[in-house]
Design a protein around this ligand. Structure first.
Ligand code: MRU
Length: 356
């Protein structure tokens, strides 16, 4: 998608380094950062220079390629894979991508490892781009249906950033929105700010602005009243891990939005590539929920009068804070799952039909 009119993907390999857009600096600074080692990739995932389930997977895949470039000894690659998997716990795409890389490289001879690793990492990214495009084509039908009935702007609420910045391109939740916009359907997006890291305000609103899609940032608690007033036609969010029964783990606060949508008969869709499905965990209680530093709550970053990024304390300095990063929305509150293969019920039967 575009930034200042120029097309980008979120990650690419160029001249022996992996290039990423540093998302900790957006929307105020657009900085392309180079990852030169597997430790650079691990750090970029941990500090969220890259984030969003599919992009974490893509970065981990390139992380293995960087490891192979440093040292193609199988023991080093194995340790690197373990460290990458531990860099963030909730998004299943991370383990999925590392496992796929490890399987591909098993038994490969020293000289060939790097080129095969680079090809596979690119393949994982290209595949994600294609899947997200298909999610858009499939999700477009739902937006079109609403528009055909309403004959007026379709108001869509989204949470966090499940946009192209969270994937390789297109995004998951945003892909149907981009497709609708390209088709000339008038859409307007309610963007949940998404405290504490403000991925909605800093990233979703930013990327929608760059594509000239009308959007309005709202505080996380505003969605409920907008739904009661009939000002939300549908919700679309992403997911970091979807269980085979259709339960969906996504950014903290998603569950509350789903409850409000359910109470107000607003359709609540979750968009995901199949790499986000965890076919093993059966009970949502077993999903590892990331707990991040309380400093993400107690401090806030913005730009000062000298155009410098500044971090300030906003809480009483003696207060304790707790920062759980994800929650689980039970399948019963999900109207449908928009995947690369089509739209399914949020249920084991629905998912099994699409992914035999
Ligand atoms: O903590 P983040 O910013 O990595 O969380 C991202 C989300 O919760 C997204 O909704 C999710 O990864 C889906 S991305 C297409």
């Amino acid at each position: 998608m575009r930034i200042e009119g120029k097309e980008y993907r979120t990650i690419w390999f160029d001249n022996n380094v992996v290039k990423i857009i540093d998302q900790t600096k957006l929307p105020h600074q657009f900085i392309i950062k180079e990852l030169k080692s597997v430790n650079d990739a691990i750090n970029a995932i941990k500090v969220m220079e890259v984030r969003g389930a599919p992009l974490i997977g893509g970065t981990a895949a390139y992380g293995i390629a960087l490891a192979a470039q440093e040292n193609n000894d199988p023991e080093f690659l194995k340790k690197s894979a373990e460290k990458l998997i531990q860099s963030r716990p909730t998004a299943i795409n991370l383990k999925w991508a590392v496992d796929r890389m490890t399987k591909k490289l098993a038994g490969i001879n020293g000289d060939q490892i790097l080129s095969i690793a680079l090809n596979e990492a690119k393949e994982i990214c290209d595949e994600d781009e294609k899947f997200c495009e298909n999610i858009g084509i499939n999700g477009l039908k739902i937006i079109e249906e609403i528009y055909n009935k309403k004959k007026d702007t379709v108001n869509i609420l989204t949470h966090c950033n499940a946009g192209w910045l969270a994937t390789i391109n297109w995004g998951t939740a945003t892909s149907p929105i981009y497709h609708a916009h390209k088709k000339g359907i008038p859409v307007h997006v309610w963007v949940d700010e998404t405290r504490p890291r403000n991925q909605g305000a800093n990233l979703t609103s930013y990327e929608l602005n760059e594509e000239e899609i009308p959007n309005t940032i709202i505080a996380d608690n505003t969605g409920g009243i907008l739904m009661q007033r009939g000002e939300v036609d549908m919700c679309i969010v992403g997911t970091d891990r979807t269980l085979s029964n259709g339960d969906v783990c996504n950014k903290i606060g998603t569950y509350l939005k789903a409850l409000a949508a359910h109470d107000n008969n607003v359709p609540f869709y979750v968009a995901l590539p199949s790499s986000t499905i965890d076919w093993n965990i059966k009970d949502a209680k077993d999903i590892p929920i990331e707990e991040r530093s309380s400093e993400e709550l107690s401090h806030i970053e913005g730009i000062d009068e000298n155009n410098k990024i500044k971090k300030v304390l906003i809480y009483p300095n003696k207060s304790k804070a707790m920062n759980l990063a994800f929650d689980v929305t039970p399948a019963k509150y999900v109207t449908g799952l928009i995947t690369e293969k089509g739209i399914s019920d949020a249920s084991s039967e629905g998912l099994k039909k699409l992914f035999k």
